[in-house]
Design a protein. Structure first.
Length: 327
């Protein structure tokens, strides 16, 4: 494990995708904030040494963490997503104001906030500029960038809109990370898991599934059972040889016919999200799926976190360890 050298406060941490990636980039966690019970349990399960605040971000006094190196978080996406009706600042779930409050109170060296690509649309241009203006008043220079998870070793497109802000002297040294290699195929990523129970069709399935997955959708508690998203997403999964109508408890076995169309397990979905086998999840099946589906892919967080470290003059993460996509 990377030895943390810089400090962070992370809000809306979910099941720890961003947390795990930032840890690999060399950031320790002074406080991790998450309101969902099962996601908080996942954070404690994986990192019992972290201080996890299970509750609303509005309960956090940023002055207790003044001078941290990084304020990070994945503020709720419904205010900017199509499914959430894109109400923006008029949505009570919009937590950008709380993030800015914490910037004022903690005065961090850097800020990193991620959201869905809907926030990049023209209808939110004024809203985005208001955030940049406020950060400017606080002494930061900031930029937005749309990054594709597939460019960072994750086998799905998953575009994420990311804000990075640093003090002006440090921002001059910041460069957005570039692609780390060719996109990884679903079949190559999941073949070992598909073959784990002796399914004779695993190899042929993997040869067919040589594409990038559609974006995994975790949804909310109002959503029904665990499945791989709306009709169009299910159609894309079917082209990859996957039945997207639900999540399986286990991989196909030797009793399944070779031409069987499998469903993914939660473990498989976590690989599609860029988690490796060192990160596990707490809760029942549907809750685990939602935690995974709503996560920020750890390799993307690691890449952005490493770029922030460099801009802060901290160099590479200790040990230069990188998250591995389990094959």
């Amino acid at each position: 494990m990377t030895t943390p050298q810089l400090s962070s406060l992370e809000i809306c941490a979910g099941a720890g995708g961003q947390s795990y990636g930032l840890e690999q980039a060399g950031f320790g966690h002074e406080l991790v904030v998450e309101i969902d019970r099962d996601a908080s349990a996942t954070l404690r399960l994986n990192r019992p040494e972290w201080h996890v605040h299970e509750g609303d971000v509005r309960e956090v006094n940023g002055r207790d963490y003044r001078g941290i190196d990084l304020l990070a978080g994945g503020v709720p996406c419904p205010p900017f997503s199509v499914a959430g009706k894109q109400l923006g600042a008029n949505d009570e779930r919009d937590l950008f104001p709380e993030a800015l409050r914490l910037v004022r109170e903690t005065k961090p060296a850097a800020v990193m906030l991620e959201n869905v690509k809907g926030l990049a649309s023209a209808r939110f241009a004024t809203y985005r500029q208001s955030i940049l203006d406020e950060l400017g008043r606080l002494g930061y220079q900031a930029d937005w960038q749309l990054l594709l998870a597939s460019e960072f070793g994750v086998p799905q497109l998953r575009p994420r809109f990311i804000l990075v802000a640093l003090k002006r002297s440090s921002f001059k040294k910041f460069e957005w990370p570039g692609a780390v290699g060719s996109p990884r195929a679903v079949g190559d990523t999941l073949f070992p898991l598909m073959a784990a129970n002796g399914w004779s069709g695993a190899e042929a399935w993997a040869r067919k599934a040589q594409g990038i997955a559609p974006t995994v959708v975790g949804g909310s508690k109002k959503h029904g059972g665990a499945d791989l998203g709306p009709t169009r997403a299910k159609e894309s999964w079917l082209k990859l040889g996957v039945d997207g109508k639900g999540i399986a408890d286990e991989a196909p076995s030797a009793q399944h016919p070779a031409r069987f169309t499998p469903r993914l397990t939660n473990e498989m979905v976590s690989r599609i999200q860029g988690f490796d086998d060192a990160w596990t999840f707490s809760g029942r099946k549907t809750s685990v799926y939602r935690q995974i589906g709503n996560a920020f892919p750890p390799p993307v967080a690691q890449s952005v976190g490493t770029a922030i470290r460099r801009a802060l003059g901290a160099g590479e993460a200790a040990g230069k360890k990188h998250l591995r996509i389990v094959a």
